[in-house]
Every structure is written in C-alpha cells, then in structure tokens.
Design a protein around this ligand. Structure first.
Ligand SMILES: [Cu+2]
Length: 450
C-alpha cells in the first residue's frame, strides 16, 4: 500500500523480510490498516520484479477534499513503463544468459493500454468522453519501474491541487514532472477550441531518468471529446522552453493546505546517527552466506547501497521481530536506529554525489551519480531542501560547525514545507528531509526504481 502511513500498524507494511514473509503460492494475507489521509495512491508487490510485470493497482481513499472546483473525475491514470517480453524473462536474459546490462524498458502504458515498440497502435488509452466547458479531476500515478515522466495534455493546462496524499495550494502548469511512485491531483478544464477533435495525452520520459533502448513514443493516451473520432489526434505539444531533464515539481510551490512547521535541527541532529548522512553507491558485492550455501564461489553482484550496506534481509528473521527492546538487529539489515528525542523530529541529509572519504575507496566501489526517487515508508516527510547541485563537502567534516549552522539557518525550508512520500534525489545533488518520530516500527527507506 504505497504511501499509506500504516499508523501504528507497521506489521501491515508489506515489505518481505522486514515486516512479513513473502506470500506463498496459493496463500493469502490480509493487510489491516486505518486510512488516515484522503487521496490517491497505489498498491504494488514489494517482491522482486513482480510489479514491473503488473502486480499493482490504483487505490483511492474517498473523503472531503480541500479543492472541489471540478465537475467530474476521470478514473485514476496509472502511467508506467513495461517490458513487453516480461521483466523476469528479460532479467534472466541479461543476467544468466550474459547479455549486457542495464536492462532496458520498451513500452509505455497508461492504465495498461499502449503500443509496444510501435506495434498495437490501436491499443492506446482513451479517456471517457469529456464535455466542453466542464472541469475534470485527474488522479495521476507514476507506477513505473525505471521512468520519470513529464505529463501533459496538448492545449490544456492543469491546476495542480495535490501531491501524493497531501492537498496543496493550487498552481497552474502545462507540463508536470512526475517521478516514480509520486502522485498528483490536477484539474483540467475541457476548454479546447475544437471539440470535434481529440487531444494527445503525453508521457514524455525525462532525460536522465529512463532507460529505453529506442526513442519511445510519448503519445499513448487520448483526451477524448469526440468518441466517434478514432483518428490519431493532430494536436501539437507544448514546445520547450520547459526543461526536459529529470526533475521534481519545484518543492517551494508545493504548499500544503493544512499548514505545518518544522523545528530547525541542531548541527548535531543533522550529523548524528539518528540523522544519517547517506551515500548511494554501487559496489561489487557478494551475497552473505546462507544456510546450506556458503557463497564463496558466488559471482559478484553490483548493488546500490546506503552507507556501507545494501540491505540484505532474511525471510526467516524479519527485522520487525527485533523490535522487542533488545536493540540487537539482524546482520546486513542496513538499519538506522531512530529514537524518540526531545523534539520528536528526525532529520536526514541524503547525498547522491560523493562519499565522506573518496580516498582509500576499495577497488570496485564507487559512487555512481544517478537520480533516485527516494521513498520513505510509514511517514510523510517534510522536504526542507532539494538541491540539483553538489553538497558542500566541508559542512559535515566536523570542523565547520559555524558553516553548518549557517546552512541550517539559511538554506532549509521550515515554514510549511512540501509534504510527501517520494522525492527525487537529483543526480549529483542532495535532499534534506525531516519527519515526525511518531510511528514505531521497522520502516524502509528506498529508491523506488524497481
Ligand atoms: Cu511504492
């Protein structure tokens, strides 16, 4: 249940090895939780590549809305990349049959409709008929494995009213950045000049945040005024100056309707274990030995990691079963222990650009600059800073507390900051997030590229 807070029901969070065993074939599992927010999200398997192959769906929690300036709603739109051959098949083809990684995607779908590599053109997604002069709520979900989209409808502007599960002060856009796992509520007025025609819905992969092995067709959806018109629309896209790069919506315009304030951290709070300084890097990595398998002759894998460990969970020893007060944790759980503190806020600087010590880096281990849609379970976080440029190295070296204090005072947003559950860690940049420590459990923080 992506982005559902699971407030005091962490055992229903659905992460294999952390909160439960994977559900066995022909078995069932019931997730119990209280819906604490209204809006749009999705559910998906958290096991291996299953959601890439379609084990997912939209989830709407109905309730009062902050902005009701619309006449009707379209069904939720799940935007997704896919592999026509099947993700497990392609994975085997690359890893076992020794073809070259990385594994490319080849298809863009909207609610499971779309052409694959130019075939099945007539399978494009068509909305229900819209009526000129009416306003429609669109609930957009990026359910991709490896693609950030720039979403637009030709010749129609969007009023953005919600990010993830949070209503925001409305703002107007013609193209919308939507990263993996993120959701947006937008209102579109059917105000086209020619209502006999239909208009392209575009899902353009953002530069640097996709991996297609050919130029994908961004036109997989049609905004339908005229149900009898089955011709391809002739509408034209918004012409850049918009930036086609991999970005999020500017976080300073994502202002929650229900305002909140975040207390500034102390330098120690930003530095301490409770607020880890994280580095995402790729490493040549051998899986830890298991019962009946010592692993010494295993091939080296390349794995992403936060700090020094790629999380390696044990289905027989769930992380959540260690929440008994003993403070002993499974080996290789890549775990950060966060205790309640005086302010009840935790802070994290997540840095994608460099390691604390670049010198002496073991062979085969390096920081790989890449963009990562970071997702935190069990909490909405406040986005205090999203930087597309590199973090100043010296801030965290322990010798520049005055500079760090100045950074805290001048660089971070505390007054009604953006509140959401997925944020893009820009390539070569960093983010600073904060969240209330109010939901005990074992919670995953992960990049949502599946
Ligand atoms: Cu998710």
């Amino acid at each position: 249940m992506h982005g559902i807070r699971m407030f005091e029901t962490g055992f229903s969070d659905g992460v294999p090895g952390v909160t439960q065993c994977p559900i066995a074939k022909n078995d069932t599992y019931t997730y119990e939780f209280t819906a604490t927010q209204y809006g749009t999200t999705w559910y998906h398997s958290h096991y291996s590549l299953q959601y890439t192959d379609g084990l997912l769906g939209p989830l709407t929690i109905y309730g009062p809305a902050s902005v009701v300036d619309y006449d009707d709603a379209l069904e939720p739109l799940m935007l997704a990349d896919r592999i026509h051959q099947g993700a497990f098949g392609r994975w085997t083809w690359v890893t076992v049959e020794n073809h070259n990684p990385p594994i490319p995607m080849d298809t863009i779908l909207i609610n499971d409709h779309g052409s694959a590599a130019g075939k099945f053109q007539n399978l494009r997604y068509r909305t229900k008929k819209v009526t000129k002069g009416k306003k429609y709520l669109l609930r957009l979900i990026n359910a991709s494995t490896d693609t950030a989209f720039i979403f637009s409808i030709d010749q129609h502007k969007m009023t953005v009213i919600g990010t993830d599960l949070v209503p925001i002060t409305p703002y107007l856009k013609d193209t919308l950045y939507i990263g993996i796992g993120q959701r947006y509520h937008v209102i579109v007025e059917a105000d086209a000049i020619d209502e006999c025609r239909n208009y392209w819905i575009r899902t353009q992969p953002a530069t640097g945040c996709h991996n297609f092995n050919f130029e994908p067709n961004e036109r997989q959806g049609i905004f339908v005024y005229n149900e009898d018109n089955h011709d391809d629309p002739i509408s034209t896209p918004y012409v850049p100056p918009y930036n086609g790069d991999c970005r999020d919506e500017e976080h300073k315009v994502l202002r929650p309707v229900v305002e909140w304030q975040v207390p500034p951290p102390t330098p120690d709070q930003l530095r301490k274990v409770q607020s880890p300084w994280m580095v995402l890097k790729q490493d040549n990595f051998t899986m830890p030995p298991e019962e009946g398998h010592d692993g010494t002759n295993d091939p080296k894998w390349s794995a992403w990691q936060i700090h020094d460990d790629p999380a390696w969970v044990n289905y027989k020893d769930l992380t959540i079963n260690h929440l008994n007060g003993s403070h002993t944790w499974p080996a290789n759980a890549a775990l950060f222990e966060i205790r309640r503190n005086e302010s009840n806020w935790a802070y994290m600087v997540i840095d994608g650009a460099h390691q604390p010590k670049e010198s002496g880096t073991p062979l085969g281990e390096k920081t790989v600059p890449a963009a990562h849609p970071m997702h935190l379970h069990g909490h909405d976080f406040a986005l205090l800073k999203q930087s597309y440029t590199k973090l100043d190295d010296k801030l965290f070296d322990g010798n520049h507390t005055a500079d760090l204090q100045k950074f805290i005072e001048t660089e971070l947003e505390y007054n009604n900051p953006a509140r959401r559950d997925v944020v893009l860690l820009p390539k070569g940049g960093y983010i600073v997030i904060a969240f209330k420590v109010d939901n005990p459990g074992a919670w995953l923080l992960h990049c949502h590229i599946a």
